[in-house]
Write a new protein. Structure first.
Ligand code: URP
Ligand code: ZN
Ligand code: ZN
Length: 437
């Protein structure tokens, strides 16, 4: 099959007072061992500067062992940001921008700037992405938990319930519809958010929903574990939800309501997670998944009969290549495509453990999981990099993949705008005469 493409990772990311323990070397080594041959990471601007952020990430990615691309986060709005977005698209090969509706006081931006960002993305042919949670309400929910004396990891889930994800997802979708731009919703974690995506797609709106492995296969009961370390490793945003949400997301994935599976790989070790002992708001948010994604999706979705092998390739690779406009170079086995290929043996089994995984983190949120379907060989760029449970990787061998704007979702956007304009009624010409009496 074509190698996996993970549309959502955070390697060497500075976040919540810590830096993720996996960098572009260890995170990518883990990815290759799990059959993923390309990932798209989020560049975080430095003090709001896109160019400074881009430069920093070019340095971070120097030791790459596999191909990668960048999305860019937009964390503030002004003329410079608007101009720099243009540079990122036209000169740097970035065709997607992420807007955080959560993380009040750090990454979050308001609706006025979200609208500006959506308009700019549309004009550049870049895909806007949203982290959809209502950041103001999350802030309120966090205060409420602390006042109630709930300071442990369970407070994380209780302070940001599904309704806040549903609200922000619906709002972002409606604003994208108002601007008439395609939209990509990252880490859809709840039924509430998924149903907003479903409703919009049914109405013909170009909305992409990305579930992540943790949301598909885990549930939030672990956040109530009495051991802080055990519970804290599962803290991510939006939170892993109550039992039932994961199964509904799986059904949505098999029905095509959700389209591509990411990981949101963002790893912090036990010492880093301990920053939040006594205050869940300080636990660095993020879980692992780069190495586990292909195995868990195969086992959960294909081995269980929920999706076909063809669908597996679509949701783990091809569709991602199409959304980010690099198909058929990536996401296919064709003459002229990059030779990123995996051999997955459906009859052999895998077992996940922090003792054997390739990530640098000392825990694994999928610890102890076993299943059917193991990636036995990974070929990246025509070279065997994973075979007989051994990695053969060369730091610096990974290439930066430039992604051009105007993917297929932009087809028809201009036409719809023209139709909209001509559908507006002719302006009313009113008399300004005022009668004397
Ligand atoms: N998701 C998460 O908890 N950490 C990474 C940052 C983000 O994607 O929101
Ligand atoms: Zn996010
Ligand atoms: Zn993320």
């Amino acid at each position: 099959m074509p190698g996996g493409i993970d549309p959502h990772t955070h390697l060497a990311m500075e976040f919540m007072g810590a830096e993720t323990i996996d960098d572009f070397f260890s995170g990518q080594a883990a990815a290759l061992a799990g059959g993923t041959t390309m990932h798209i990471d989020f560049v975080i601007p430095v003090n709001g500067s896109l160019s400074a952020g881009y430069k920093a990430y070019v340095v971070k990615a120097k030791r790459s062992v596999m191909d990668y691309g960048f999305h860019m986060a937009i964390t503030k709005w002004d003329e410079t940001v608007s101009r720099e977005m243009e540079v990122m698209v036209k000169d740097k090969g970035i065709n997607s921008f992420k807007f955080f509706l959560a993380y009040k006081g750090s990454f979050m931006i308001n609706d006025e700037f979200l609208l500006e960002g959506f308009k700019k993305c549309k004009s550049l042919g870049a895909l806007p992405m949203v982290h959809a949670e209502n950041g103001d309400a999350v802030y309120e929910g966090q205060k409420r938990m602390i006042e109630l004396g709930i300071t442990g990891p369970e407070g994380h889930a209780l302070s940001r319930p599904p309704v806040l994800e549903g609200e922000a997802t619906g709002r972002a979708i409606r604003l994208a519809g108002f601007v008439n731009t395609p939209l990509y919703v990252v880490h859809v974690m709840s039924i509430d958010a998924m149903e907003e995506v479903a409703k919009a797609r049914k109405a013909g709106q170009k909305v992409i929903g990305e579930p992540v492995v943790s949301g598909l296969v885990l549930n939030d009961t672990v956040l109530w574990d009495p051991d802080f370390q055990t519970a804290a490793k599962f803290v991510m945003s939006p939170p892993i939800r109550a039992p039932g949400h994961g199964k509904a997301l799986q059904a949505a994935l098999s029905a095509g309501v959700l389209q591509v599976v990411g990981t949101d790989h963002c790893t912090f070790n036990t010492t880093q997670k301990a920053l939040g002992i006594g205050d869940f708001r300080k636990i660095p948010n993020g879980v692992n998944g780069l190495e586990e994604r292909m195995h868990l999706i195969w086992d959960t979705m294909v081995a269980s009969g929920q999706i076909s092998v063809m669908d597996f390739v679509r949701v783990t690779s091809t569709e991602c290549a199409r959304f980010f406009n690099i198909y058929p170079r990536k996401g296919a086995i064709l003459v002229g495509s990059d030779a990123d290929i995996i051999i997955l043996n459906p009859n052999s089994s895998f077992e996940i453990s922090s003792k054997t995984h390739h990530s640098r983190t000392d825990t694994n949120v999928y610890e102890g999981r076993r299943g059917k379907g193991k990636v036995e060989v990974t070929i990246a760029g025509g070279k065997i990099v994973w075979e007989n449970d051994k990695l053969k990787v060369i730091p610096g061998s990974g290439k930066y993949i430039e992604m051009p704007p105007f993917n297929y979702l932009f087809d028809g956007i201009e036409k719809a705008d023209t139709n909209y304009l001509s559908s507006l009624r002719a302006p009313v010409i009113r008399s300004t005469r005022i009668d004397a009496n």
